[in-house]
Design a binder for this molecule. Structure first.
Ligand SMILES: Nc1nc2c(c(=O)[nH]1)N[C@H]1C(S)=C(S)[C@@H](COP(=O)(O)OP(=O)(O)OC[C@H]3O[C@@H](n4cnc5c(=O)[nH]c(N)nc54)[C@H](O)[C@@H]3O)O[C@H]1N2
Ligand SMILES: Nc1nc2c(c(=O)[nH]1)N[C@H]1C(S)=C(S)[C@@H](COP(=O)(O)OP(=O)(O)OC[C@H]3O[C@@H](n4cnc5c(=O)[nH]c(N)nc54)[C@H](O)[C@@H]3O)O[C@H]1N2
Ligand code: SF4
Ligand SMILES: [Mo]
Length: 690
C-alpha cells in the first residue's frame, strides 16, 4: 500500500506476548488516531514484516467496544456492560483501596492476590504490579502459565536461556522447527527461513502433531503423537551414535557424560520410539540420518511440546541433539529456544525487588482454579484469597480447569478489580472495571525472546477516553494504600532510564534515537564455544534436576521419554492439543472483526479416519469431554495428524461456545515436572455425538 507523505510515521514496538517483539512503524493520523501499522527495517530480525493482526491494529485501538470509563458492577456477574454503571476514577480507586485494606486487616495481607501476565510485555506497564505486591506483602505469583516447563528443561541442559541467533538460519542447511508454529506465532522467523531456502536450498523439517501452516511449508512433517518428542529425540541420538554420526571430539570437550549417554541410548531404538511416537521406523531413521549428516543444522525449539507433564524432560532431550552432532560449532548450526538470558537488566526499581520477601506465600498462577475454590494444597498453607487485582491477563478464559476458575470468580466473598482494554470474560466478573491504555498510548521498554534487540517506545496518541496506563493505576493505588517506594513517584521514562543506567546500558533517549540496541553476543558465545552456562562449562546430558524443581525425583537421569502424560485409554481414546490460533494472540484480538472473520468459529481438527469411524463430517457438531467437563464444537476433518489426535485452536471467548465454556474447561491445572508449568496440550478426551 503506498504511503501518504502527509501522514507522520513514528517508531514503536509490538507489546504483545509474542517472541517476535516486532519493531513497528505507526502512521499517526492525528493526536487520537492511527492508520496503518507496518514492520520496521530498523531491526534486522523484524526486517519489515509483521503479522496481519497487528498490521490491522487500528481495528483494535479504535474499537467501539474499548472500555471508556471506570465501571462499578450493579448487576449479575458474567453479564457484561449492562451490569455496570460508570463511576469516576477517584471513586473507583477509593473503592478498590478500601476493599484491599479491609481484606488485609481481616484476613491478612496474603488474602490479597495481585494477578497479572503479559497482555503487554513492556517492563514498566507489565511489572509495576510486582512493586505494589512486594511493598504491601500481598501473596506472590509463581509464574507458570507460559515458559516454566520450557525454561526449566532448556536450562537443565544448556545452563542459560540463550542460543544461536535466529537470523543465522540463513546460513543453515537444515532447519528443524520443533513443537512451534511460527507461521502463526512468530511470523518473522519464516522470513529468514524463506531466505535460507531460496539462497541455499535449506531443508525445513517441522515436528508437530498436526499440519499447521508451518508444517504445510515443510519438506518433511513429522506428525508425532503429543508428548512423545523425548522418545523421538532419543531414537535420533541412538542412530547418531550407532552410525558414527556423533562428534566424539566435540562430546569429549563440551559435554558431561557422553559415554553414559551412549550406553543409555542403546535400548532407545527407532523401533522403541516408533511405538511411542506413532511415526514409522523409516521416518525416524531418515530424519536421524538427515540431521546427523548435516553439519549446519539449526533447531528452532518451540513451546508447544513443553506444555506437557513431561515438558521439561522433552525439551531437555531435544536440546541434547546438537551436543551429540556438534552442530553448535558451525555457522547456522545449533539451536535456539529463547534469548532472554542475554539481558541481565536490573529490575529492582520497577519490580520493587528491594522489598521482596520470599517468606510471603507464593501462589501458582496456572492453578488459579484450585486456588479460588479453596484447595488447601493450592493455597500453600495460607488463607483463602479474598481479593484479586488483575492487570494484563484474562484468566477466566486462558487458565486451565476454567470451570473451577469461573466458580471461584463467582464466589460472593471474593472482591475482584480488573484493569482492561476490553470487557473480557474476566472483566465481566469484576466488581470494579478500570479502562486501560494500549501500547500506543503509553511509554515502555521491551526485550525480545525470539531475537536480541532491546527497544523503547513512546506514546504515539493520547489515551482513549478516560483510560489510564497500568503504571498510573498502580501509583494511584499505592498512594491510597500508603505504599511507599521511589518507583511510585517516577514516570515510565524515568523508570526505563533508571533501569538502563543501573544495568550499565545507554540511556533511554539514546535507545529511542538509535531505534534499539542489538545485544547479540559474538559467535563463540552464541554457539557456546566458550562454554555452556554451567560452572563446568559443559552441556549437561545428566542434569541437576534437584536444583531445578521440587519434583526432581520424577525426572529421568538422562534424556528419555518420561511416561507421565495424560495417556489415552478406552474411556478417553483421544489426545487433545489446544494450540494457538493464527489470527488471535492468546485471548487478544478475539474482539477485532478482521481476526474473527478469519477464525470463523471454534472447530476441532480431526483425522478423516476418525471422522468416518465416528460418523461425523465437516461442519457437524460433536461433544468433547473428560472427567472435568465437556464442550460442543464443530468438526473439521484435517489430513496430516495421526488418528487419535485432535486439535482445537484457541483461545476463543467463552461466549463463542454453545454452552458458554471454552477449551480450557478440558485442560488440567496439574503442575508439570519438576518445577511446575501449565500442561495445555496434555489432555486425554472422549468424543461423542452432540
Ligand atoms: N487452551 C490454551 N490456553 C492457553 C494457551 C494455549 O496455548 N492453549 N497458552 C497459554 C499461554 S502460553 C499464555 S502466555 C496465556 C496468556 O493469556 P493472557 O495473559 O490472558 O493473554 P493475552 O491475550 O496476551 O493478554 C490478556 C489481556 O491483557 C490485556 N492488555 C493488553 N495490554 C494491556 C495493558 O497495557 N494494560 C492492561 N491492564 N491490560 C492489557 C488485553 O486486552 C488482554 O485481554 O494463555 C495460556 N492459555
Ligand atoms: N497467532 C498467535 N501468535 C501467538 C500466540 C497466539 O495465541 N496466537 N501466542 C503467543 C504466546 S503467549 C506464546 S507462548 C507463543 C507460543 O508459540 P508456539 O511455540 O508456536 O506455540 P505453542 O502453544 O507453544 O504450540 C506450538 C505448536 O506446538 C504443537 N505441539 C503441541 N503438542 C506438541 C507435542 O507434543 N510435540 C510437538 N512436537 N509439538 C506439539 C502444537 O500443535 C502447535 O502447533 O506464541 C505467541 N504468539
Ligand atoms: S508477529 Fe508478534 S510481535 Fe510481531 S507484530 Fe505480530 S504479535 Fe506483534
Ligand atoms: Mo505464552
Amino acid at each position: 500500500m503506498p504511503r501518504d507523505p502527509a501522514v507522520e510515521i513514528l517508531p514503536s514496538a509490538c507489546p504483545h506476548d509474542c517472541p517476535s517483539t516486532c519493531a513497528l512503524e505507526v502512521e499517526k493520523i492525528d493526536s487520537h488516531h492511527i492508520g496503518r501499522v507496518r514492520g520496521s527495517q530498523r531491526n534486522s530480525y523484524t526486517a519489515g514484516v509483521i503479522c496481519a493482526k497487528v498490521a490491522r491494529y487500528s481495528e483494535r485501538v479504535h474499537h467501539p467496544e474499548r472500555l471508556r470509563t471506570p465501571l462499578r458492577r450493579v448487576g449479575e456477574k458474567g453479564v457484561g456492560l449492562a451490569a455496570y454503571q460508570p463511576i469516576g476514577w477517584d471513586d473507583a480507586l477509593d473503592l478498590i483501596a478500601d476493599k484491599l485494606i479491609r481484606v488485609a486487616e481481616r484476613d491478612g495481607a496474603e488474602a490479597v492476590w495481585p494477578y497479572f501476565y503479559a497482555g503487554t510485555m513492556g517492563y514498566v506497564q507489565r511489572d509495576g504490579i510486582e512493586r505494589l505486591r512486594h511493598v504491601m506483602r500481598y501473596s506472590r505469583q509463581y509464574s507458570t502459565i507460559c515458559v516454566k516447563l520450557s525454561d526449566t528443561g532448556w536450562v537443565a541442559g544448556a545452563g542459560v536461556k540463550r542460543g544461536v541467533d535466529a537470523r543465522e538460519v540463513v546460513e543453515s542447511d537444515l532447519i528443524v522447527v520443533w513443537g512451534g508454529n511460527p507461521v502463526s506465532t512468530q511470523v518473522n522467523l519464516m522470513t529468514h527461513i524463506a531466505r535460507a531456502r531460496k539462497e541455499r536450498g535449506t531443508k525445513l523439517v517441522v515436528i508437530d502433531p498436526y499440519r499447521t501452516p508451518t508444517a504445510e511449508q515443510a519438506d518433511i512433517h513429522l506428525a508425532v503423537r503429543p508428548g512423545t518428542d523425548g522418545a523421538l529425540a532419543c531414537a535420533v541420538m541412538h542412530v547418531l551414535f550407532r552410525d558414527g554420526m556423533a562428534d566424539r571430539a566435540y562430546l569429549a570437550k563440551y559435554t558431561d557424560v557422553p559415554a553414559e549417554l551412549e550406553a543409555h541410548l542403546k535400548t532407545r531404538t527407532p523401533e522403541w520410539a516408533s511405538a511411542l511416537t506413532g511415526l514409522s521406523v523409516q521416518a525416524i531413521e531418515d530424519f536421524a540420518r538427515l540431521y546427523g549428516q548435516t553439519k549446519r543444522s539449526y533447531i528452532r525449539v518451540g513451546y508447544g511440546f513443553t506444555r506437557m507433564r513431561n515438558g521439561s524432560a522433552q525439551i531437555h532431550a531435544v536440546a541434547s541433539l546438537p551436543a551429540v552432532t556438534g552442530a553448535w560449532q558451525y555457522p547456522g548450526g545449533g539451536a535456539m529456544y529463547g534469548q532472554t538470558g542475554l539481558y541481565t537488566l536490573d529490575r529492582t526499581m520497577i519490580q520493587g525487588l528491594d522489598w521482596l520477601d520470599k517468606g510471603v506465600r507464593s501462589l501458582d498462577q496456572s492453578r488459579m482454579g484450585p486456588i479460588l475454590v479453596g484447595d488447601k494444597g493450592a493455597l500453600a498453607g495460607g488463607p483463602p484469597v479474598k481479593a484479586l487485582f488483575i492487570q494484563n491477563t484474562n484468566p477466566v478464559v486462558v487458565c486451565p480447569e476454567s470451570v473451577k476458575v469461573r466458580d471461584g470468580f463467582l464466589r460472593d466473598d471474593l472482591f475482584i478489580a480488573v484493569h482492561e482494554q476490553f470487557m473480557t470474560d474476566t472483566a465481566k466478573m469484576a466488581d470494579i472495571v478500570l479502562p486501560a491504555t494500549t501500547f500506543l498510548e503509553h511509554d515502555d521498554f521491551y526485550t525480545g525472546s525470539g531475537h536480541t534487540y532491546l527497544q523503547v517506545a513512546k506514546k504515539i496518541i493520547e489515551p482513549y477516553a478516560e483510560s489510564r496506563s497500568n503504571h498510573e493505576v498502580i501509583c494511584a493505588l499505592a498512594k491510597r494504600l500508603g505504599a511507599e517506594h521511589p518507583g511510585f513517584h517516577m514516570t515510565p521514562w524515568q523508570l526505563i532510564d533508571q533501569m538502563l543506567k543501573a544495568s550499565g546500558l545507554p540511556d533511554a533517549d539514546t535507545f529511542y534515537r538509535e531505534g534499539g540496541v542489538d545485544m547479540a553476543p559474538k559467535f563463540e558465545t552464541a554457539h557456546f564455544l566458550d562454554g555452556f552456562g554451567h560452572a563446568d562449562k559443559r552441556f549437561h546430558f545428566k542434569p541437576d534436576w534437584k536444583a531445578l524443581g521440587i519434583e526432581h525425583d520424577k525426572m529421568p537421569v538422562l534424556p528419555d521419554h518420561l511416561a507421565v502424560t495424560d495417556e489415552a485409554n478406552a474411556d478417553k481414546p483421544f489426545r487433545l492439543v489446544a494450540a494457538p490460533a493464527r489470527s488471535y494472540l492468546n485471548s487478544s484480538f478475539t474482539e477485532t472483526p478482521g481476526s474473527i472473520k478469519r477464525e470463523r468459529r471454534p472447530t476441532i481438527l480431526m483425522n478423516p479416519g476418525d471422522c468416518t469411524a465416528l460418523g461425523v463430517k465437516e461442519g457437524d457438531r460433536i461433544r468433547i469431554g473428560n472427567d472435568q467437563a465437556s464442550i460442543v464444537i464443530h468438526v473439521e476433518p484435517r489430513e496430516g495428524q495421526q488418528r487419535g489426535v485432535v486439535v482445537i485452536e484457541s483461545i476463543w471467548p467463552n461466549a463463542a461456545f454453545e454452552e458458554g465454556i471454552g477449551v480450557n474447561a478440558l485442560t488440567s491445572a496439574d503442575a508439570g515436572y519438576p518445577a511446575g508449568g501449565a500442561v495445555f496440550h496434555d489432555t486425554a478426551v472422549w468424543l461423542r455425538a452432540a
